[in-house]
Design a protein around this ligand. Structure first.
Ligand code: FAD
Length: 319
């Protein structure tokens, strides 16, 4: 069976959910091999085993994590030349996309970014789906040159366990001086909110201009916390300075695809939809019954969010 390389996305061994999604997709295409870069493998191991990694390549040279992405791209290229995988999957994060771009040059291979689905084609090679032009079109693509390199968006697949007993292999790689040109001098963790990461969350509660002020975003946070979800915001709310840009959902913000998306005080502009329209269930609170967001809602409440959202939060908290 063909080997599919999956670059593990982790922070000190804590594997991000996107990697479990990549391993699930990789199993559709062949036998997944996880590529673990850096330290913390002992902590990561259980997750990689549970989601079906048949092999784990351990790349532990300190240079790989002391510098920006260039050494990782070099290391992956050397590994790919050695094991000749049928495809390489990475998370569609800024880092994943930069590694993928550099890797594609090194391997003279085709690259597809921001993939939302992958299935095996008639010859077994991956056929990808992308959403383009603010979600107005979907495009099917296939890499026709070299090793298909795909960056896959979070929530493109539901992670499915398939316990395996992976073979572990320490992979030696050499890093050129050129790849070490930019060194990381400091790592500052993001402010911890205690909420799930926006792009990975199963539930997202977003507020828009209708929230009215930065202080009133406490209502959105309250509902998100009651549901165990993440907080999002429309661009209008972000541009008003009510919530940080890191939480903006939409064409120029993050793309989310949760099980439940709650849009409160958001009109449903095309640029906002582009970031949330693949949500499985959409619930809306808006005082205007004609708001376009109702066209895509599974559930909707016509009303003032300042009344509806606290009532819903209280009700959920009592359960
Ligand atoms: P509005 O459109 O003003 O809607 C506010 C809604 O709140 C209305 O429907 C109103 O009825 C309702 N409301 C008001 N008060 C209440 C209340 N008390 N209770 C309940 N409902 C209430 N937008 C994004 O969101 N994300 C993007 O990434 C993004 N990228 C863009 C990129 C480009 C190039 C451009 C041109 C625009 C982009 N936009 C983006 C902006 C987008 O076009 C809209 O302007 C924006 O989404 C509107 O945000 P909103 O729905 O919060 O505000």
């Amino acid at each position: 069976m063909s080997e599919i390389l999956v670059l593990v996305d982790h922070v000190d061994g804590v594997v991000r959910k996107t990697t479990t999604e990549l391993l699930t997709i990789a199993r559709r295409l062949g036998e997944p091999s996880a590529v673990f870069v850096g330290s913390g493998y002992e902590q990561a191991k259980d997750t990689l085993v549970a989601f079906g990694a048949q092999k784990v390549y351990l790349l532990e040279e300190p240079e790989l994590t002391e510098h920006l992405v260039a050494p990782k791209a070099e290391a992956l290229a050397q590994l790919a030349e050695r094991c000749q995988p049928a495809a390489i999957l990475l998370t569609s994060s800024p880092e994943g996309k930069e590694i993928a771009g550099r890797l594609a040059i090194k391997l003279s291979s085709g690259l597809v970014t921001d993939v939302v689905d992958v299935v095996p084609g008639p010859d077994g090679s991956p056929v990808t789906t992308q959403s383009v032009f603010a979600g107005n079109y979907t495009v099917q693509a296939r890499v026709t040159r070299g090793t298909p390199i795909l960056t896959v968006k979070p929530n493109a697949a539901t992670p499915e366990t398939a316990p395996a007993q992976p073979v572990e292999e320490k992979a030696a790689v050499t890093i050129s001086d050129a790849a070490k040109a930019a060194r990381i001098v400091e790592r500052a963790p993001r402010t911890q909110t205690g909420r799930p990461e926006l792009t990975e969350a199963a539930i997202v509660v977003s507020g828009g201009r209708g929230v009215g002020s930065a202080d009133s975003f406490a209502l959105i946070e309250g509902l998100a916390d009651a549901l165990g979800g993440a907080v999002g915001a429309s661009r209008a709310a972000v541009d008003s300075g009510w919530y940080p840009h890191a939480y903006q959902v939409g064409q120029t913000g993050k793309t989310v695809s949760p099980q439940l998306y709650v849009a409160a005080g958001i009109s449903g502009a095309i640029q906002h939809r582009a970031g949330m329209q693949t949500s499985k269930t959409i619930a809306v609170v808006n005082k205007d019954p004609e708001a376009p967001i109702f066209e895509m809602a599974d559930f909707g409440v016509v009303g003032d969010l300042h009344k509806v959202v606290p009532q819903a939060t209280e009700e959920i908290n009592q359960r």
